[in-house]
Design a protein around this ligand. Structure first.
Ligand code: KG4
Ligand code: ZN
Length: 402
């Protein structure tokens, strides 16, 4: 880290898929606001994200999302020290809306602009340890404090003039129910990244110094959850709906295959997804040519529950098994999980049970796509001395890798 920056607030903007999100984070650990507008409802009828619908939805709501993130943080543009934006990986039409918005705001308000990798951002959600209360006027009113990771608490507070009007004192604080880790993760850090687009194990030696240990060679785990949900007629997104249905099922009812990979820490989820399809066709007495879209209506609720539970069991066991193996080989100081599937209670349960070290999880709302993770990563770019992006030329990178 180059600089000791204290009291630095970064506005993070995220629009890589179907969530339009903006947030304000201070010093890489204190959350001031986190606003997420999702177009998920519009995609539900298609069983997955439709890129054009997502892009249009971003255009419609990005300005109000940014505005709300500033309002909820009780910040004006004068309080913001930098803007961070996701420039990849993601859907081109979605990324471009966030990047152009951030570029325009950086130029208009003369702020440094940090280009952020979406997947790195997911990992950085784990560095948030404290929330700023909506009407807080002193540090003592904060629910928790970092005290870890070398980042100092700010002495800047929200002034009453800039804060919410007294009439809002009965309103619910939007950050009220966030449950965050007590301390920041320490390096070396093992990150299990499990989202709709990625399944990776990454070893971080320090900030921005990491090695990719392994990744999926085909579908991401979240993608497999979404596809299995579609086959058995559960709503999108598949992670939460399969998890919910699995509660009524037997996780050992059906034996689904675990892929054997040449790379020790690589994953593959397309085989198990196809195995689910074949199992369903067999259960309803049809052959492999039977269309997947006609299967769900012929399965009983009990069969759906057993399929959901058996699939979830094998998918989660696969990523947990490799994370435990990597822990044993590299002996990291901390382990974190990141990405949408990290919200899964079953993943959290299995990992805590099998890891031979304590693990803290961040709030599930910070696992799915959000602006706070990008604002946090932006704070660390700033502290690290990363050269800001040129707001006149920053381009999107839909295929950006770790
Ligand atoms: O990180 P994310 O919001 O977007 C990407 O970067 O891909 O992850 C979305 C994925 C979806 O596949 C969704 O089914 C899954 O995360 N997901 C979950 C849960 N919430 C979202 N999977 C399991 N349990 C959840 N509670
Ligand atoms: Zn994501």
């Amino acid at each position: 880290m180059r600089a000791t920056l204290v009291g630095m607030k970064v506005l993070g903007i995220e629009s890589s898929c179907d969530e339009t999100a903006a947030a304000v984070v201070e010093d890489g650990f204190r959350l001031y606001s986190n606003v997420v507008a999702s177009s998920m409802d519009l995609h539900m009828q298609y069983g997955g994200v439709v890129p054009e619908i997502a892009a249009r939805s971003h255009i419609e709501c990005i300005n109000s999302v940014v505005e709300q993130a500033l309002t909820e943080a009780s910040c004006t543009w004068d309080d913001i020290d930098a803007i961070a934006v996701t420039y990849g990986a993601g859907l081109g039409g979605s990324l471009v809306v966030g990047v152009l918005t951030a570029r325009t705001l950086a130029i208009t308000h003369d702020k440094p602009l940090y280009a952020c990798n979406h997947v790195e951002g997911h990992v950085y959600a784990n560095f948030l340890t404290s929330v700023k209360k909506l009407r807080a006027h002193s540090a003592s009113e904060e629910r928790s404090e970092s005290g870890e990771g070398g980042l100092k608490s700010s002495n800047r507070e929200i002034s009453p003039e800039k804060g919410r009007a007294p009439s809002q004192s009965t309103q619910k604080d939007p950050l009220e129910d966030y449950v965050l880790p007590a301390g920041q993760p320490q390096f070396p850090l093992l990150a299990l990244i499990v989202s709709g687009g990625h399944s990776q194990l990454v070893l971080f030696r320090d900030h921005f110094d990491y090695t990719l240990l392994g990744q999926t060679t085909d579908d991401a785990i979240g993608e497999a959850f979404d596809k299995v949900a579609k086959i058995i007629g559960l709503p999108y997104p598949g992670g939460p709906s399969v998890g919910q249905k699995a509660k009524d099922g037997d996780p050992f009812k059906y034996r689904l295959p675990k892929a054997k990979m040449p790379g020790k820490y690589d994953f593959s989820f397309s085989g198990v997804k196809t195995a689910v399809l074949r199992l369903c066709q067999q259960l309803i007495g049809e052959d492999h040519t039977f269309p997947s879209k006609n299967i769900a209506s012929r399965l009983s609720e009990a069969q759906k529950a057993d399929i959901a539970a058996s699939f979830q069991q094998v998918a989660i066991e696969t990523v947990v098994g490799k994370a435990v193996q990597a822990y044993e080989e590299f002996q990291p100081t901390s382990v974190v999980i990141a990405g949408g599937v990290a919200a899964s209670p079953e993943l959290r349960r299995q990992l805590a049970e099998r890891l031979p070290c304590p693990i803290e999880y961040t709030d599930p709302k910070l696992c799915t796509d959000n602006g706070a993770m990008i604002a946090t990563l932006g704070c660390f770019h700033m502290k690290h001395g990363t050269t800001p992006a040129d707001p006149y030329t920053l381009d999107i990178k839909p295929n950006l890798s770790m």
